[in-house]
Each structure stands twice: as structure tokens, then as C-alpha cells.
Design a protein around this ligand. Structure first.
Ligand code: ATP
Length: 181
């Protein structure tokens, strides 16, 4: 599905949620931004399709917002673990197609998986891993972990790699590699 036709609800407008809204909007997605904090909702309003003040840990609020019409709902509530868990549970029960959740730590992540979160992200941990890979390997420009042992890397192609399968190169040994471009 093209980004332009995706409908995404972002719940929680901290630094992560706000950055996500901006990026999704720039790529043409239809974005609904939600927070209990009026100032943050006002701040997001210029960069999204719709911005609403609402508490998504309340069942009736979630059904009023018809979030089950959206392709993905991102729960970007970090500090308040209770609100994050409750919101995830309500979204799953209300039939939202894909519920993605930001986790504070691995215990939080474990609970989220158990209650059915479709994808759990730990931005600080994932970004730390990405930066370390890029720091240690000057041949890597970008590195993106996709989960389930998959990653996309933008690398310098060495002359020794020309004409050989990627899997033959020492840096790719033990990895399943596919060349995208
Ligand atoms: P950052 O992304 O800046 O690191 P964080 O992970 O620490 O932030 P919080 O500071 O907890 O996350 O921010 C998440 C946002 O979620 C806050 O703006 C908060 O007002 C909002 N929020 C908390 N509970 C709810 C809720 N039940 N419904 C909607 N929004 C909520």
C-alpha cells in the first residue's frame, strides 16, 4: 500500500510521537494525532490531517474516534506504562488492524507482546544499535533493523565484491543477503 493511502493514528505526542507525525505527513500519509495534553495537540495540528485531545486509555473514547478504520495505530506513550498497556489492550479489542507500541524497556515490551501488540519498538535501544554498526563499519552508510533477523544496509560496494554473490563476501558471511539495487 502506498504511503499516500495509509491512515495512521499516533497516540502520544512526545518527541518520538511528534517526529513520527511529521515524517508520516511529509510522506503523504493521513495522520490523526492524539494526546491528553492540549498544548502538544495544538503544536501537532499544523503538521497532520487531524489533531485531537483525547485519553485513549478510556474505552468509550477509542470507539468514538473509530480508530478501527485506521491501518495502523502507534501507541507512543512512554513514561506512563499503565496508560500504554491499557491503551494497547483497548485498541486491540476494538479491532484496530495493526497496533504498534513504543516500549520503555524489555519488561514493558514483554507485556505488550503478551497482550497482542503487532509490533513493539524500542527507539532508544534500536537507534543505539544502528549508530554502533555505522560507527564501527565505515562501509555502511545506513543500517535499519527490521526485526526477525532482517535488516537493510546501504553499503559501499568494494571492487572485490564485483561479480560475486554478496553471500561470498566476508562481511556478509553467515547472513542471508539480497541485493536491492
Ligand atoms: P519522548 O518521545 O519525548 O521520549 P516519552 O517516551 O517519555 O517521550 P512521554 O513523555 O510519556 O513519552 O510522552 C508521551 C505522550 O503521551 C505525552 O505527551 C502524554 O501526554 C501522552 N499520553 C499519556 N497518556 C495518554 C493517554 N492515555 N492518551 C493519549 N495520550 C497520552
Amino acid at each position: 500500500m502506498a504511503a499516500e493511502s495509509k491512515q495512521v493514528a499516533v497516540i502520544g505526542l512526545g518527541r518520538f510521537g511528534m517526529a513520527l507525525c511529521h515524517e508520516l505527513n511529509q510522506h503523504g500519509a493521513e495522520v490523526l494525532a492524539i494526546d491528553i495534553n492540549e498544548d502538544l495537540v495544538r503544536k501537532a495540528a499544523d503538521h497532520v490531517t487531524q489533531a485531537i485531545v483525547a485519553d485513549c486509555s478510556v474505552e468509550d473514547t477509542v470507539s468514538e474516534l473509530k480508530l478501527d478504520d485506521y491501518d495502523i495505530a502507534m501507541v507512543a506513550i512512554g513514561d506512563n506504562v499503565n496508560a500504554s498497556i491499557l491503551t494497547t489492550l483497548i485498541l486491540k479489542e476494538s479491532g484496530v488492524k495493526q497496533v504498534w507500541v513504543k516500549a520503555k524497556d524489555r519488561y514493558h515490551a514483554k507485556i505488550l507482546h503478551k497482550i497482542g501488540a503487532d509490533r513493539v519498538v524500542m527507539p532508544e535501544t534500536e537507534m543505539g544499535q544502528r549508530i554502533a554498526r555505522i560507527m564501527l563499519d565505515t562501509r555502511i552508510f545506513h543500517y535499519l533493523e527490521l526485526g526477525s533477523g532482517l535488516a537493510i544496509a546501504e553499503v559501499v560496494v568494494l571492487t572485490t565484491m564485483m561479480g560475486n554473490p554478496l553471500s561470498a563476501h566476508p562481511c556478509c558471511q553467515g547472513q542471508h543477503t539480497h541485493l536491492l539495487a
